[in-house]
Write a protein that binds this ligand. Structure first.
Ligand code: CMP
Length: 220
């Protein structure tokens, strides 16, 4: 639990107090953990794995967030009384979670101002990101949105390699389109342009940003 940023500010004693309340849950890739509209009863912390948070409208899908090791989700319906799950959660890789039920979560929050502040801080970051998404979807074209999404993913899931900054999440063109709020064909076109310009490199669905300065310069 020490490696979960949400609990970073807590003293070891507090962590010992909370640890037995978590249940471990292991699931395969492609498991739907809950669906938008479900009654929410649990908070999820990712010990290892990748989770996509999304909403669907008929055949269309928008990805709201990608979470991985150390992240948490499922807090919104636990903290807004009478509200159901605001989005669907699905694993993009086999994943292991620590799961905390509503009563344990709220009683721990009541006892720990540090945990409340940390949760608020992280929620503010998510709100900022949601504002960026609204801005980008309203004002930017597809190429800029794809580039901004790649930069954001590289900040969250990036690993420096000799070729450049590797985004360590396997993404299909459709999955990237769902993150950006566009169609697959537009992603394929923009990625091909970027490959031709040697701005990126793609191997087995993993994108590496080769020329980070040139990529960032495009959206300044
Ligand atoms: P909950 O509403 O219980 O279930 C869906 C979860 O997805 C939600 O809690 C949050 O943890 C997470 N979530 C929903 N919308 C966003 C968003 N815009 N950014 C990040 N996480 C989100």
């Amino acid at each position: 639990l020490q490696h979960i940023p949400l609990f970073q500010e807590l003293a070891e004693d507090d962590l010992f107090g909370i640890a037995p309340l978590f249940a471990e849950k292991k699931v395969n890739k492609g498991t739907i953990l809950f669906v938008e509209g479900d009654v929410g009863e649990e908070l999820y912390l990712i010990q290892s794995g990748v989770v996509k948070i999304y909403r669907v409208d008929e055949a269309k899908e928008i990805t709201l967030a990608l979470f991985r090791d150390g992240d948490f989700f499922g807090e919104m319906s636990l903290l807004s009384s009478g509200m159901t799950r605001s989005a669907t959660a699905e694993t993009l890789a086999s994943s292991t979670f620590y799961v905390l039920n509503r009563t344990s979560f709220t009683s721990f929050l009541e006892k720990s101002p540090k945990l409340c502040l940390k949760l608020l801080e992280m929620t503010m970051q998510r709100l900022r990101h949601a504002n960026d998404q609204i801005f980008d979807l309203t004002f930017l074209g597809v190429r800029s949105r794809i580039i901004k999404t790649m930069i954001r993913l590289s900040e969250q899931h990036g690993i420096m390699t000799p070729t450049g900054l590797l985004i360590d999440v396997k993404l299909t063109h459709q999955q990237l389109a769902n993150l950006v709020g566009t169609v697959r064909e537009s992603v394929t076109k923009v990625l091909q342009e970027m490959l031709d310009d040697e701005l990126i490199y793609i191997d087995k669905k993993l994108i590496t940003l080769r020329n980070i300065e040139a990529i960032k310069a495009e959206i300044r």
